[in-house]
Design a protein around this ligand. Structure first.
Ligand SMILES: Nc1ncnc2c1ncn2[C@@H]1O[C@H](COP(=O)(O)OP(=O)(O)O)[C@@H](O)[C@H]1O
Ligand SMILES: [Mg+2]
Length: 261
C-alpha cells in the first residue's frame, strides 16, 4: 500500500473527528466477558514467505511501512472505541482498488495484538476472494450457507487461517441477490452474537465496491465503522467524495489510499 505522501499515514485528516462521532454512537454492549485471545490454533503458524504469498503484512523489516500503516489505523480505531469490540466494514470505491487487501491486512493487524482476535467475514457474495487469498478450502460452506441454514451452527464456517487469532468466514456459494441476505434479521443477529460472545473479538466485513452495488451501503447499517479504500491514481477525488456520501457520516472512519501494484 503506498501512501499519498511520506507523512500521510494513509487515512485522511478528518479521521479522528469522525471516529469520535462514531464512538459516541457505539452502544454499550453486554458480554459474558470471557476471552478467546488464547485460542488454540491447532495448525502450524505461517512463515513470512507464506504471509507474503497471501499478500499479508508480517513483522519483518521488508514490509515495515505497510504494517505500520495498518497498525496506525488499528490504533486509531481502538483509541476511539475504547474498551468495546466493534464491527468494521471495509469497502473500495471501485472494484480492484484493494478493498479485500486492506480488509485482510487490517484484520491481521488486530490479530497481531496477542490480547485480541479478529474475524474476517467475506461479504462479497458475487466475487468472493478471501478464501483463495488465504488458501482456505471452504469445504464446510460459508456465510450464505449459514444464513440459509442457521441450525447447522456457526462453527463449521469459522476457519483457521494459519495466522494466530485470525479466523475467516468465507462467503460460501456464489449469490447474485446478496442485498437480501445482508438486510436480513439473521445477518444482524449473527453479527451481534459473534461480537458479543467474546469481548476481545473484532469483526471485519469485506464488502463489494461501492460503485455498482447497493451492498456496501446495506452492510454499513451493520457496522460501527466504515473504512473506504480508494485506488491511488484510480479513483478521482470526485468519485471518492461521491462514494463517501453513501454512508452515515457518524460511522465514516476514514479513507485509505491504496496503491495497487
Ligand atoms: N497494496 C497492495 N499491495 C500488494 N498487492 C495488492 C495491493 N492492493 C491490492 N493488491 C492486489 O491486487 C488485487 C486486487 O485487490 P483486491 O483487494 O482484491 O481489490 P478489491 O477487493 O477492491 O476488488 C489482489 O490480487 C490484491 O492482492
Ligand atoms: Mg474485494
Amino acid at each position: 500500500m503506498n501512501m499519498k505522501d511520506d507523512n500521510d499515514p494513509g487515512v485522511d485528516d478528518s479521521f479522528e473527528n469522525v471516529l469520535e462521532e462514531a464512538a459516541r454512537n457505539l452502544q454499550r454492549r453486554t458480554s459474558p466477558g470471557h476471552s478467546i485471545a488464547r485460542m488454540n490454533e491447532g495448525s502450524r503458524e505461517l512463515v513470512p514467505l507464506q504471509l507474503e504469498e497471501r499478500r499479508l503484512i508480517h513483522r519483518e523489516e521488508s514490509v515495515r511501512r505497510q504494517s505500520d500503516a495498518f497498525r496506525e489505523i488499528r490504533t486509531r480505531l481502538l483509541g476511539i472505541a475504547g474498551q468495546q469490540n466493534f464491527v468494521t466494514l471495509v469497502v473500495a470505491v471501485s472494484p480492484r482498488s484493494g478493498g479485500s487487501f486492506v480488509t485482510r491486512n487490517l484484520a491481521a493487524a488486530f490479530a497481531f495484538d496477542e490480547a485480541k482476535t479478529s474475524l474476517l467475514i467475506d461479504c462479497n457474495l458475487r466475487y468472493p476472494s478471501q478464501h483463495r487469498a488465504l488458501s482456505v478450502d471452504p469445504a464446510g460452506g460459508g456465510l450464505i450457507d449459514f444464513l440459509e441454514q442457521p441450525s447447522l451452527g456457526i462453527e463449521p464456517v469459522l476457519y483457521r487461517t494459519g495466522i494466530p487469532r485470525l479466523r475467516l468466514i468465507p462467503a460460501g456459494k456464489a449469490r447474485e441477490n446478496s442485498g437480501e441476505y445482508f438486510s436480513s434479521y439473521r445477518m444482524s443477529t449473527m453479527l451481534d452474537s459473534l461480537r458479543c460472545r467474546y469481548p476481545d473479538r473484532y469483526l471485519f466485513l469485506d464488502g463489494p465496491a461501492i460503485k455498482g452495488s447497493p451492498d456496501a451501503r446495506i452492510l454499513s447499517d451493520l457496522a460501527d465503522f466504515v473504512v473506504v479504500v480508494a485506488g491511488y491514481g484510480r479513483d478521482t477525488p470526485a468519485a471518492i467524495s461521491q462514494a463517501v456520501t453513501n454512508f452515515d457520516p457518524e460511522k465514516m472512519a476514514g479513507v485509505v489510499f491504496n496503491h495497487v501494484p
